[in-house]
Ligand binder design. Structure first.
Ligand code: SF4
Length: 340
């Protein structure tokens, strides 16, 4: 299976008044074609910053200070004043115009709150026209509207509602519109950042179902960012667990739920409600993540970990592949380490 996206040694820092906060720290990740990679972890663990890094849209005062974001471009893109050759390209090496050409056409990002992304003064049809014509100048307005109507219909919205304004839609429908705008240019990678967090569980289930359908229909690969592991259980092929900007565990979804290795993953799963086990006592993780501006030495999960050992206070544990296929950053699994 080909990797659509390969992230290598990516680090992102935010300059704050108190000092530098490393929000993404030495991250390695792969996403295969037509697969969904779930990115989970507590709020502030760096998931969204990682997603925005792929788009090269880390907000000021953040900056990507090292790493590669390798993307497998399936066709050359030619635009006024430049081009991007097909093949495996490092998004970090592209200039602003090249990156603009790739965004929308090959990469799309869906934000958590559609109301802040949709212009309340513009009809839905004009949102579609704007996005499509920005990248495909030859497309006439009628054609862009037709495409928008088809997409709305796929998402269960009556096509005639393309003339409505954002405020005329419910929260769930607005999120569907955002997803529709995201796929309007048939991107290859859709990054969905907490796409269902603000929605009730029924609408959430519908939207996740629609995302799965779209993924098949449009041959999409997806990076699904969420704090809700339950969402990933239904949708992701693989899951990466992040904590304090670092990847703690990567595993096939089934393996992660059946046999979580990292103590942090184990804690997160104990906090997920299960309707099949109404008697399950939900656990919570005592303490809070350490300050990213003044990080502790060694494993960042150490102050909250019941298995912490002497070695855990030395160096951050490397992400190592286990015989079971999972990759875990924890000294409990490092061979030759004294477990005391
Ligand atoms: Fe716990 Fe040590 Fe593993 Fe960190 S490296 S999760 S402190 S056992």
């Amino acid at each position: 299976m080909t990797n659509l996206l390969q992230i290598e040694n990516l680090s992102v820092e935010y300059k704050t008044r108190r000092g530098i906060a490393r929000a993404v720290d030495n991250v390695f990740l792969n996403l295969e074609e037509n697969k969904t990679l779930g990115l989970a972890g507590e709020s502030g663990c760096g998931k969204s910053t990682l997603g925005l890094s792929i788009m090269r849209l880390v907000p000021h005062p953040g900056r990507i200070n090292e790493g590669k974001i390798l993307f497998n471009l399936d066709e050359s893109l030619i635009f006024e004043g430049g081009s991007v050759e097909k093949g495996q390209i490092d998004l970090m090496q592209l200039d602003d115009n090249q990156m603009r050409a790739i965004r929308g056409r090959k990469l799309a990002y869906i934000f958590q709150d559609p109301m802040t992304s949709l212009n309340p003064l513009i009809r839905i049809g004009d949102h579609f026209t704007e996005i499509i014509q920005a990248h495909e100048e030859d497309v006439k307005k009628d054609e862009a509207i037709n495409r928008g109507e088809e997409i709305l219909e796929t998402l269960g919205i009556l096509p005639e509602r393309i003339t409505d304004y954002p405020h005329q839609f419910s929260g769930g429908m607005r999120q569907r519109v955002m997803i529709g705008l995201g796929i309007a240019l048939r991107p290859r990678l859709l990054i969905a950042d907490e796409p269902t967090t603000a929605l009730d569980v029924i609408v959430e289930a519908q939207i996740l179902d629609e995302l799965a359908t779209l993924k098949k229909q449009f041959n999409l690969s997806m990076l699904l960012i969420t704090h809700n592991l339950g969402v990933l259980a239904q949708t992701a092929d693989d899951i990466a667990i992040m904590y304090t900007g670092r990847v703690m565990e990567i595993a096939k979804t089934e393996s992660l739920f059946e046999d979580p290795k990292h103590p942090y993953t184990q804690c997160l799963l104990k906090a997920v409600p299960d309707v099949r086990k109404p008697d399950k006592t939900l656990a919570w993780i005592a303490g809070a993540p350490p300050d990213l501006i003044d990080p502790i030495p060694g494993c960042m999960f150490r102050p909250r970990c019941e298995f912490a050992m002497e070695i855990c206070a030395t160096q951050p544990p490397p992400l190592e592949k286990l015989d079971t296929g999972q990759r875990v950053a924890c000294y409990l699994y490092t061979k030759g380490v004294s477990k005391k």
